[in-house]
Design a protein around this ligand. Structure first.
Ligand SMILES: [Zn+2]
Length: 290
């Protein structure tokens, strides 16, 4: 899903990175000589600038960091930080999406401990997911656009979330705290819709659409529309709307760092830390000092 879940204010279903996923990956940089350092300024200002020397290793194989899977030229690992949130995310990831290094769903798991990632198989649901869906401590919502009439009776808004809506019980009958869970369908728009339609075990869940006017900042795949947010952006917006501002900001910064690191590597730049990266580094330093 990347984008799938989003329903923009204009009423179009937001979709995911669809166009994106079908687009071929651009040439990846290798780790080699001929690298220059980025000019100062934010990435948006780089347009039109060129490395001082041309990259020579044409067609060279990309060397990736084994931990973050980004080209090692601009590894994301130094910027990985954690954040706290009452909200938990469970991702149901389309198998074709799992191993794409441009997938942003995995960024959520880096930032929020407790994130669960499941592979979607139509005929064989993950038994661990089925067990979690039965666990009364969790209050799961499926994040999906509210653009079709046949499930209109399942559509809710943020006031249905425990801890957000004043009328919603925050504890189970046995006194345990209820944990709101946002289930994201991680794939292209088409894949997400298929998961939504072909997973009977999700049929009873309330549907929480994301309404936002936010435009995507994702640069690694070409979106069909600027209103099609990628998975990490959808998660950040949902956190913000659920009152989890700090976690939303950290995830947004981490997403921007991912985006910029990846993009810089594609054009063979060694990236100087951007403003979001500097905030993440400061957060890491503060946490280390705690
Ligand atoms: Zn790394």
């Amino acid at each position: 899903m990347c984008d799938s879940r989003l329903t923009p204010a204009a009423g179009h279903p937001a979709s995911v990175d669809q166009a994106a996923s079908s687009a071929p990956e651009s040439t990846e940089p290798g780790e080699a000589s001929g690298i220059t350092t980025l000019p100062s300024g934010e990435p948006d200002e780089w347009h039109g600038r060129h490395p001082r020397r041309e990259f020579k290793a044409r067609g060279s194989q990309v060397i990736r960091c084994e931990a973050c899977r980004l080209p090692r030229l601009n590894c994301l690992c130094p910027y990985q930080v954690s954040a706290q949130s009452r909200i938990t995310f469970w991702l149901i990831t389309h198998p074709l999406e799992h191993y794409k290094p441009t997938n942003t769903g995995r960024l959520i798991a880096d930032v929020l401990a407790g994130t669960e990632v499941f592979s979607w198989y139509r005929v064989e649901p993950d038994p661990r997911l089925l067990a979690l869906l039965e666990d009364e401590r969790y209050q799961p919502f499926i994040i999906f656009p509210d653009d079709q009439p046949d499930y209109a009776d399942r559509v809710v808004d943020v006031n249905a979330i425990a801890g957000v809506g004043p009328e919603v019980a925050t504890h189970t009958a046995s006194g345990e705290e209820r944990i709101p869970v946002f289930i994201l369908l991680d794939g292209t728009w088409r894949q997400a819709r298929r998961i939504f339609r072909k997973s009977p075990y999700l049929d009873g869940l309330p549907v929480l659409p994301l309404h936002t006017t936010r435009l995507t900042r994702y640069h690694l795949r070409k979106p069909a529309s600027q209103s099609h947010l990628c998975t990490a952006e959808v998660a950040a917006e949902l956190l913000r709307q659920a009152g989890e501002e700090e976690a939303a900001n950290v995830l947004d910064d981490y997403f921007d760092a991912f985006n910029d690191c990846y993009r810089a590597s594609r054009i063979h730049y060694v990236l100087e830390p951007t403003a979001p990266m500097r905030r993440l580094l400061a957060r890491r330093e503060a946490k280390a000092g705690e």
